[in-house]
Design a protein around this ligand. Structure first.
Ligand code: IMP
Ligand code: MG
Length: 179
């Protein structure tokens, strides 16, 4: 791996406060019905595990696995479905739990995929948002932190499958690339 430095940009404490806040907002917005939380693997595994613990109400948890990053830090634009949710979405209020929205292609793809499964509603909750990178017209319903166009790792997010276990969120800077 190239030489790099990690710079902490969001602490574990700030993440924890934000996750609690998001859970509180989701809880107060939702008006009953069946709730299904679908985590997008792998990046959202930590976020999903944390947010559902603050949602003290009946809900179902499921996961979907997609791959959209085949060239390191830049999107190929191709979203591959690696694992599908095994829980029916019919008539349910579906919450897609995602680590980060960048180009928006992954979530656009998932929204289309889920909408033909007849859910009552589809809501998107992203811990992080990089709005300056968007190539499609899509905004999450719930956003934790809005960040600039920087490659970040930690709290579930990876570079080349590494750094997912870091408890804080860091900017990953490659020394040879100057960014
Ligand atoms: P999008 O389809 O371009 O919106 O990309 C979304 C996916 O790319 C996310 O689910 C992440 O897994 C990954 N991704 C985007 N930006 C970053 C980043 O800064 N660090 C790590 N993964 C990222
Ligand atoms: Mg992801």
């Amino acid at each position: 791996m190239e030489d790099f430095v990690l710079k902490k940009i969001i602490s574990a404490e700030d993440i924890s406060c934000k996750v609690k806040e998001l859970a509180k907002t989701i809880k107060s917005d939702c008006n009953g019905g069946s709730l299904l939380f679908v985590g997008v693997l792998k990046g959202a595994w930590m976020f999903m595990a944390d947010i559902v613990r603050y949602l003290d109400m009946p809900l179902e948890v499921s996961f979907i696995a997609v791959s959209s990053y085949k060239d390191g830090t830049s999107s190929t634009g191709v979203v591959r479905l690696l694992w599908d949710s095994d829980i029916s979405m019919e008539g349910k209020n579906v919450y897609i739990i995602e680590d980060i929205i960048d180009s928006g292609l992954t979530l656009q793809h998932l929204k289309k995929l889920f909408s033909v499964r007849n859910p009552k509603s589809i809501n998107i909750c992203c811990l992080l948002d990089k709005p300056s990178r968007r190539v499609v017209d899509l905004e999450p319903d719930y956003t934790g932190f809005t960040i600039p166009d920087e490659f970040i790792v930690g709290y579930g997010l990876d570079y080349d499958n590494k750094f997912r276990n870091l408890k804080d969120i860091h900017k990953l800077k490659f020394l040879s690339r100057g960014k």
